[in-house]
Write a protein that binds this ligand. Structure first.
Ligand code: NZQ
Ligand code: ZN
Length: 387
């Protein structure tokens, strides 16, 4: 096992009715900006419920944060937060609202002589402080509710970049599985696929004898395989929603990634596809991951065999056959959930591979993966295999 430092300071309020404990989490005299997305929390009544819970406190609101949150939109909230001297942000929504709110938190405190896009250009390394934030999560998928990452899109530049900072880790996260009952099927699928691939990015690398992390990861994968299809068949099954929600949070809160090598190439290649073609985040991953596993099967040999046996119960056949079967089982799981696993089936006429590769080059993504051996040529092979 590799050395690690793990700090997960987010207080988790999990379960039915935890929104009733929201007020206790907020400082009495706080000037609070509630952020939300395109209206799902208005339609579900959640925003109104939160307004009632927080009646009497100093509240401001900023709605309209879109999926793949845009820098251009978020800068309006940064102005509002600065003008009203907001000192607490409450994000209510999915990963996009949460990520967008992390950006608002960091940007509002950022060096006034710099355009806050600089936070993305420097991957968050120059963030020195941020407005405190808490979240009410409505879409289990990203793990953003308990981590230090934000992914922001700059529409005018056609870039989708990430930043990370300990200053934007949520102080608390309200996770009520009932809030996910209203999710459209497409978002249920996206959430399960995204969480599944977060786990694989930290698990399907090479062995370092990290038995606890491996078995945690395998447990989470098995849970998603078991519960994912049930969430589609029985949208109001609380236990199913609860198990999915907690799996998605644990998939990317640092726990299973501590002390192990990590890949993340699928995500980096996927972000370029979203920036260029507008595909949903999870949809990009469902197509890129099986292609990447084929291209990198030699480097991932030992963990692919472990995955085949422990997650898919594949014990017979040669090594190569078991690896093929494990990749096929993964593809089949995504497709059974309702995701496409080939880019050509995602409504694209063709893939602008030259543009994708030049974007990766411009960002300096020329040595991706757990071995840093996915160069631009290999990235091109992966994109081609994902078509
Ligand atoms: O905008 P509203 O109206 O709220 O509707 C949203 C949105 O249209 C809707 N939705 C959310 N909760 C709902 C609901 N509809 C009905 N009922 C509910 N309970 O779902 C749509 C998608 O929401 P979004 O927040 O975009 O989805 P998701 O949570 O999958 O977030 C995706 C974003 O997170 C980033 C992705 O790149 C993408 O930008 N990621 C963030 C990560 C992180 N911070 O660590 C890691 C991930 O790998 C990912 O990259
Ligand atoms: Zn993801």
């Amino acid at each position: 096992m590799q050395n690690f430092t793990l700090h997960t300071p987010t207080k988790v309020l999990f379960g039915k009715g935890q929104v009733f404990h929201l007020r206790e989490q907020l400082p009495d005299n706080a000037r609070i900006l509630i952020t939300y997305g395109g209206g799902s929390v208005v339609r579900s009544g959640l925003l109104e419920q939160i307004r009632r819970e927080l009646a009497g406190m100093t509240l401001f609101e900023f709605g309209g944060i879109e999926p793949n949150p845009a820098y251009e939109t978020l800068m309006n909230a940064v102005e509002l937060a600065r003008a009203e001297q907001v000192d607490f942000l409450l994000a209510v929504g999915g990963g996009s609202v949460l990520d967008g709110t992390k950006f608002i938190a960091a940007a509002a405190h950022y060096d006034l002589t710099k355009d806050p896009w600089h936070i993305l250009e420097t991957v968050g390394t120059e963030v020195r402080s941020a407005i405190a934030l808490g979240v009410v999560m409505t879409l289990p998928a990203t793990g953003s509710e308990m981590n230090r990452v934000g992914i922001i899109t700059n529409k005018s530049r056609g870039e989708k970049w990430r930043f990370a900072s300990e200053h934007v880790v949520p102080r608390f996260a309200v996770l009520d599985p009932k809030l996910t009952y209203t999710l459209p099927e497409r978002q249920v699928v996206n959430g399960v696929v995204d969480a599944f691939i977060h786990i694989l990015e930290q698990y399907l690398t090479y062995p370092v004898n990290a038995k606890v992390q491996d078995r945690f990861a395998e447990g989470l994968l098995l849970t998603l395989i078991e519960e994912g299809p049930k969430a589609l068949a029985e949208p109001h099954n609380y236990e199913v929603r609860a198990n999915i929600m907690w799996s998605a949070t644990l998939a990317l809160n640092g726990l299973i990634g501590a002390g192990v090598p990590q890949d993340w190439a699928t995500h980096m290649l996927g972000h370029e596809l979203t920036a260029l073609h507008g595909l949903d985040h999870a949809q990009t991953l469902a197509a890129v991951l099986p292609a990447l596993l084929q291209v990198k099967r030699k480097q991932k040999h030992a963990k692919l065999l472990q995955y085949a046996e422990r997650v898919w119960g594949l014990r017979s056949g040669s090594d190569a056959e078991r690896i093929d079967d494990a990749i096929a089982a993964t593809r089949d799981f995504f497709e059974r959930m309702g995701a496409k696993t080939r880019l050509r089936d995602c409504g694209l006429k063709e893939l602008s591979i030259d543009t994708l590769i030049s974007k990766l080059a411009a960002r300096g993504y020329t040595a991706l993966g757990e071995h840093g051996d996915i160069d631009l040529v290999q990235s091109q092979h992966i994109y081609e295999a994902a078509w």
